[in-house]
Design a protein around this ligand. Structure first.
Ligand SMILES: *[C@@H]1O[C@H](CO)[C@@H](O)[C@H](O)[C@H]1NC(C)=O
Ligand SMILES: *[C@@H]1O[C@H](CO)[C@@H](O)[C@H](O)[C@H]1NC(C)=O
Length: 353
């Protein structure tokens, strides 16, 4: 760094001394073109480097430990159920699974028992997790009409919603588009010690979505009336701004594996409690090999369970600590005499070029 600066200021000196000639292609002198703008030119002495690395590690390692502890504190129960929640005789072939899930008269109920590993403090968030579901596909993401969601029949437009825009007789579908059409429709009911656990499904969506993106005078119309049902139905007497499961679903996920909030359990669960989940396995993920998981999770000040942040901080912190120690040892064992900084060009001639 310092050598470059020194040589450029040397070049500047010669540029300045020669008088500008006619037709010369040489650029006019300026501090910018000669790279003489004021700049930080640190001299990396061993002491400076070692203390910088030490400082970084002293800051990063405690942050890493704190985030890792917070993540370890989060209790999470994950239960994959789409494999088990199908009659045993039909589990082998994709075709039989498909026939089962697509038959409206078949029994889709299923019971799962979950054991709570550790005390879980309320609120406990209930999520469904889908795998291999590309909510980020371009045609899928675009298949909605925000104006219609906001204004409803006032703006009876369904543009952009193809192929789920109108019914076969031409009346508009509200909410239109593939995203709404494919609404997730598994249901979960929780009981503990034969007492049902209430799941609060209010306040699971973004407030700004409820207030601004989904109208409170927009009601579902002709929804899920076609020959092929894509997913859940909506109550035509409840405005869209109150159908929070739809609002959550319509905030599309960026990655093919995602979790969406289903509701909140607002009581504590004790260690070794057995939670019985009575679920309806309605949603068809068998056709594309998607997984379905039910997730119960608490949160910490850092959010859900995720070790990545803590590990990243710890890695960087310990790397810096290691470098600081290595440089320190080298400095002790085999010190090198540093050149005299007063000979550097910008120290020698502070008045400039
Ligand atoms: C879950 O637990 C209940 C009560 O202990 C039991 O009756 C039921 O058979 C269990 N269900 C499953 C699927 O294991
Ligand atoms: C749930 O969605 C599936 C499509 O994934 C559909 O075939 C089924 O009819 C829906 N069931 C209910 C009860 O909405």
């Amino acid at each position: 760094m310092s050598t470059t600066a020194a040589s450029t200021s040397g070049a500047a000196g010669s540029a300045d001394s020669s008088a500008p000639r006619r037709n010369s292609k040489r650029p006019k002198y300026s501090k910018f073109t000669q790279q003489e703008l004021p700049a930080c030119k640190p001299i990396l002495t061993p002491k400076w480097v070692i203390s910088a690395f030490t400082l970084i590690s002293v800051i990063f390692i405690p942050i890493g430990v704190a985030s890792l502890l917070a993540s370890r504190d989060v209790v999470e129960i994950v239960d994959r159920y789409e494999t088990e929640c199908i009659p045993e005789s039909l589990r082998g072939e994709k075709a039989t699974k498909l026939a089962h899930i697509q038959d409206p008269s078949s029994d889709k109920t299923c019971q799962r028992n979950l054991t709570v590993p550790k005390h879980m403090k309320q609120p406990i968030y209930v999520y469904y997790q889908l795998d291999n579901f590309y909510q980020n596909h371009r045609r899928y993401v675009k298949s909605r009409n925000d104006e219609q969601l906001r204004k409803g029949s006032e703006a009876s437009t369904t543009s952009g919603c193809d192929p789920e825009d109108t019914t076969s007789d031409g009346s508009p579908i509200v909410p239109c588009g593939l995203i709404a059409w494919s609404l997730f429709n598994d249901t979960y009911n929780f009981t503990r010690n034969e007492q049902s656990l209430n799941v609060n499904k209010n306040g699971i969506s973004w407030k700004s979505d409820r207030d601004r993106k989904f109208g409170d005078d927009v009601f579902p119309k002709n929804f899920q009336n076609g020959t092929l049902k894509g997913g859940g139905s909506l109550d035509a007497n409840i405005s869209l701004s109150k159908q929070e499961n739809l609002i959550v679903w319509m905030r599309t996920a960026a990655l093919p594996t995602f979790r969406k909030l289903y509701g909140k359990i607002e009581v504590d669960l004790e260690a070794n409690d057995v939670i019985t989940v009575d679920l309806e396995n309605n949603y068809n993920t068998y056709s594309f090999g998607g997984k379905k998981k039910l997730v119960l999770s608490t949160t910490s000040w850092l959010g859900g369970k995720n070790d990545f942040l803590g590990i990243a901080y710890l890695t960087v912190g310990s790397l810096c600590l290691f470098l600081a120690m290595a440089f320190f040892i080298v400095y002790l064992v085999k010190p090198r005499r540093l050149g005299d900084p007063s000979y550097l060009s910008w120290n020698r001639n502070p008045s400039g070029h």
